[in-house]
Design a protein around this ligand. Structure first.
Ligand SMILES: N[C@@H](CCC(=O)N[C@@H](CS)C(=O)NCC(=O)O)C(=O)O
Length: 316
């Protein structure tokens, strides 16, 4: 028989959605067991509890799994009715909180869109930064809709659902800013958003559940594709140079310029596959593109390619 009121939280140390749930449990004074998942080698239990997304966080309460962090936060609020109350009583205010929570997760994507900035080099990175800032601008310009009195501090003393969403991505986002060396939540451009986050960050349960910043910076630096992609992309030039210089073993680029063009074009896919292996991010879906996937997978298995490929990503 299940132990009554047993609470388990499946999370990953670097996961802002998992931190949301941890902060909610801490703020309400609920005892729980944290179960660290290796997201590159997921446990059978995680896959059983969350067969749809196979993601953390999963809250297991008395043996019942609850999925998706905003839904988990509401579940916690409705099950443990002591303060802080994450949702307002008034249905209209509740609707507004849900509206902004949805904007936060579906549009601003406070963590994912920052993470996107890590994955792309050069102009694409500038575009990704611009996109994040356009969404932040929407929040900045509408902050009175979130806090009608315009007072964050007063409202922050009762940690609400939006506060939780905002502050649990903050340390990870700052770590990304540091790893990539860009300022995304610029206090001068977004003073209201910035001071909101700064006020929540001072609350005790927020401090207690904060993520290890240095470890995050190192983790994100190891994932910084803006430099990794550049290195691999430039490495495509070298085989062509070798081919042209030592002509006795020409195996890489066809002589015919027309044939050379597609070779260069498709070389990108091999590059992506190697990058996938290095950082554990999937670009080529084996179900959507089975032939392409099996070709690049076979190539990546060649001893010469294998020997030189970067080591696989390690999540822990
Ligand atoms: N919408 C989900 C997002 C959860 C999520 O993206 N979790 C990531 C860690 S930050 C994960 O488990 N990734 C594993 C994977 O994608 O395979 C939530 O809010 O709970």
């Amino acid at each position: 028989m299940e132990e009554e009121n047993k609470v388990e939280l499946y999370g990953a140390w670097f996961s802002p959605p998992a931190r949301r749930v941890e902060l909610a449990l801490k703020a309400k004074g609920i005892s729980y067991e944290w179960i660290e998942e290796d997201l590159y080698n997921k446990s059978e239990l995680l896959l059983t509890y969350n067969p749809v997304y196979k993601k953390v966080p999963v809250l297991v309460h008395d043996g019942k799994p609850i999925l998706e962090s905003p839904i988990i936060l509401e579940y916690i609020d409705e099950t443990w009715k002591n303060p802080p109350h994450f949702m307002p009583d008034d249905p209209y205010k509740r609707a507004k909180v849900r509206f902004w929570a949805s904007f936060f997760d579906q549009q601003l994507k406070f963590f994912e869109s920052f993470h996107e900035v890590l994955k792309v080099p050069g102009e694409a990175q500038e575009k990704a930064i611009q996109e994040v800032q356009n969404k932040l601008r929407v929040m900045e310009d509408n902050i009175e809709d979130i806090f009608p009195q315009g007072s964050f501090h007063e409202e922050c003393s009762n940690l609400g659902l939006l506060d939780i969403l905002m502050c649990t991505s903050w340390t990870a986002n700052k770590a990304i800013e540091e790893a990539v060396n860009v300022k995304l939540v610029d206090p001068e451009k977004f003073p209201k958003v910035f001071s909101w986050i700064a006020a929540i960050a001072e609350l005790q349960p927020v401090k207690e559940t904060d993520m290890p910043r240095d470890k995050l910076v190192a983790f994100f630096r190891s994932q910084d594709l803006s430099t990794a992609v550049k290195a691999v992309a430039e490495s495509r030039v070298i085989p062509e140079y070798m081919d042209k210089t030592w002509k006795h073993a020409s195996f890489l680029t066809p002589e015919d310029p027309y044939k050379r063009a597609p070779t260069r074009f498709w070389a990108n896919f091999l590059r992506l596959r190697i990058v996938e292996q290095a950082i554990g991010v999937k670009y080529i879906d084996p179900e959507e593109s089975p032939m392409l996937y099996s070709w690049v997978t076979a190539l990546a298995q060649l001893p010469a390619v294998k020997e030189l490929a970067p080591p696989p990503a390690n999540a822990t």
